[in-house]
Design a protein around this ligand. Structure first.
Ligand code: ADP
Ligand code: ZN
Length: 218
């Protein structure tokens, strides 16, 4: 299966992806994670990306498109993948389409994760991440066992710089302007499925799996 998860920052794409990885045994490909890794490693690409990311702006299309081009050709992606945070603009979606065409493959579906704005804001402001292993928590809804400490590796949790309130508003505005047009883009291609992701975690996951069960395996 080749799946795109589409939705606002904070909608829960990363969290749901992790569950899909477990169930379908296909990798999660997150441009946000890849860019953060480049920033952490201090590469030239990372230094360039960091300037955009800390302001909540999008990194230039050319940069993320090249990252994806290489990543989807790796061996583990041959049986499928979950794209989380890519594409985020219409030109990115068009490039992806060309890449997949040249590999003679297509997308199985685009899941549009739907949550209301109050929930988004709560998820973003409450998010805490482990700088060591990348695990994600939420101080309201998905607390670590011990306050401020990663369950998996014991490191102290941090707030992502772009999860600060000043930056969040900009990220949501950027989503409306640059990413929301993808809804229509994929709707026209008959690939879009909307999933209501408000409510209790297990129920939300059940709705997501249910929606994917209906997707023909391509
Ligand atoms: P979010 O929680 O906002 O969905 P991500 O971890 O997906 O966060 O992305 C964090 C930041 O990384 C974005 O605000 C943006 O600066 C950059 N980024 C991630 N994916 C892309 C992309 N496909 N195109 C451009 N910029 C991206
Ligand atoms: Zn950790």
């Amino acid at each position: 299966m080749r799946i795109i998860l589409l939705g606002e920052p904070g909608a829960g794409k990363g969290t749901y992806s992790a569950e899909l990885v477990k169930r379908y045994g296909i990798p999660q490909i997150s441009t946000g994670d890849m860019l953060r890794a480049a920033v952490k490693a201090g590469t030239a690409l990372g230094r360039q990306a960091q300037e955009y990311m800390k302001k909540g702006e999008l990194v230039p299309d050319s940069v993320v498109i090249e990252l994806i081009r290489e990543r989807i050709q790796e061996r583990d992606a041959a049986k499928g993948f979950i794209l989380d945070g890519f594409p985020r603009t219409v030109p990115q979606a068009q490039s992806l389409e060309k890449m997949l065409e040249s590999m003679s493959i297509g997308l199985s579906t685009v899941l549009k994760i739907e949550v209301n704005k109050a929930t988004l804001l709560r998820r973003l402001t409450g998010r805490r991440v482990c700088p060591n292993c990348g695990a994600t928590y939420n101080i309201d809804t998905m607390k670590p066992k011990k306050d401020g400490i990663c369950d998996k590796c014991g490191k102290e949790l941090i707030q992502r710089p772009d999860d600060r309130p000043e930056t969040i508003e900009n990220r949501l505005a950027v989503y409306q302007k640059d990413t929301a047009p993808l809804i229509e883009f994929y709707e026209k291609k008959g690939l879009l499925r909307r999933v209501q992701c408000e409510g209790e975690y297990n129920e939300v996951m059940a709705r997501i799996f249910d929606s994917l069960e209906k997707v023909a395996k391509v």
